[in-house]
Write a protein that binds this ligand. Structure first.
Ligand SMILES: NC(=O)c1ccc[n+]([C@@H]2O[C@H](COP(=O)([O-])OP(=O)(O)OC[C@H]3O[C@@H](n4cnc5c(N)ncnc54)[C@H](O)[C@@H]3O)[C@@H](O)[C@H]2O)c1
Length: 338
């Protein structure tokens, strides 16, 4: 059984990936200090997978703690999820974002190289495409526009660090997966997205408005050049994203790479804000209290993935629909409010 170190494994995408890794015969080891997740996630993961999951609770920026906690453990692959992820917060606290996101990556890469880890997967994001004005469907070759937020910059810098490390001759086999907009939850309803404070993402805001935690949802802008005037994004079920990591490991295990592979992880289909609200209302039978508000600075009108490369290299494509994702997110929301 191959040990896979999953940094940020207690978080939203990491926890779902842990489930898929176990299902496919890997042994995940979670490294997470729960700064943006709940300890109860581990109990739920053990309930879903019927097995104990090793957890190392350290700050991944702390090189000494990382090294001593992994002493004597053979790791075949690392999936590095741990990072801060809120765009707005990163504008207010840029140093906190640069420090955590860049330092944790350097620390875990350094450890991986020194310990002859074979494979490494980095959580990148479609934010690296920035404001690629006028381009709706992005391929990995799309020329990026301006990346305005410190959060987005940490992903651009992260990709550059990986590229430079490979250029230096490091043996580590590296994939950078550029996720589009993860939504949904595990179909069991036991794990899902658990925003601490006010949600930054649309679907948790919708479900929290439906249960009355938020009084009203604001839809930012109604005159974008899209069919209904609201922004269009590529929403993808978190289970599909989790699966892409397992396929990513399979790919890395069979393909020695000379450089870093950057791969879009999206559905290839755009959904507008109003369409997502309507899907929620249809699936849940609940109505959502929403209103139009001002546009937010930096929001592009429309962006979705061209997923051809993920299909070709990873032999991966999505299995879940937007409706599945909304239904699972709603089940999760109801479950945590019990
Ligand atoms: N969720 C999204 O919308 C989205 C989209 C694109 C990319 N990503 C990237 O995917 C990754 C995972 O995102 P997520 O939504 O699961 O986030 P999350 O906040 O739910 O999970 C991140 C986990 O990392 C842990 N962590 C952060 N810094 C740490 C540190 N220094 N030491 C130990 N643990 C630490 C947190 O406690 C948390 O459990 C991130 O790198 C994020 O930037 C997320």
């Amino acid at each position: 059984m191959k040990n896979i170190l999953v940094t940020g494994g207690a978080g939203y995408i990491g926890s779902h990936t842990v489930v898929q890794l176990i299902e496919k015969g890997y042994t995940p080891i979670i490294m997470d200090d729960f700064r943006n997740s709940h300890q109860t996630v581990i109990r739920e993961l053990e309930a879903i997978t019927h097995q104990q999951i090793p957890v190392i609770s350290v700050d991944i920026c702390d090189q000494q703690a990382v090294t001593s906690s992994l002493e004597g453990i053979r790791i075949e692959g690392v999936i590095h999820f741990a990072a801060y992820k809120a765009v707005g917060e990163s504008v207010l606290n840029p140093l906190q974002y640069y420090r955590n996101n860049v330092e944790s990556l350097i620390t875990i890469l350094d450890w991986s190289v020194r310990n002859q880890v074979a494979n490494f997967i980095f959580s990148s994001s479609c934010t690296v495409y920035g404001e690629a004005e006028g381009i709706k469907e992005v391929t990995e070759e799309t020329k990026p526009g301006i990346v305005r937020s410190p959060y987005g910059q940490t992903k651009v810098i992260g990709e550059q660090i990986l590229t430079d490390l490979k250029k230096s001759g490091a043996a580590l086999n590296i994939l950078a997966l550029r996720y589009f907009n993860p939504i949904g939850a595990h179909p069991s309803g036991l794990i899902g997205e658990f925003p601490i404070g006010k949600p930054n993402n649309l679907l948790p805001f919708i479900t929290q408005t439906a249960v009355g935690i938020q009084s009203e949802l604001t839809v930012f802008g109604n005159d974008y050049p899209t069919p209904d005037g609201t922004c269009i994004r590529d929403y993808i079920h978190v289970m599909d994203i989790a699966d892409a990591h397992v396929q990513g490991l399979h790919f890395l295990e069979s393909t020695p790479l000379r450089g870093v592979e950057f791969i879009n992880i999206g559905t290839g289909k755009g959904t507008s804000v109003l369409e997502l609200i309507q899907t929620f209302e249809k699936v849940s039978g609940q109505s959502v209290n929403w209103k139009f508000g001002e546009k937010r600075q930096g929001d592009v009108a429309e962006i979705y993935a061209n997923p051809a490369k993920s299909k070709q290299l990873l032999n991966w494509s999505t299995k879940y629909t937007t409706e599945d994702a909304v239904r699972d997110a709603w089940r999760w929301e109801l479950n945590i409010r019990k």
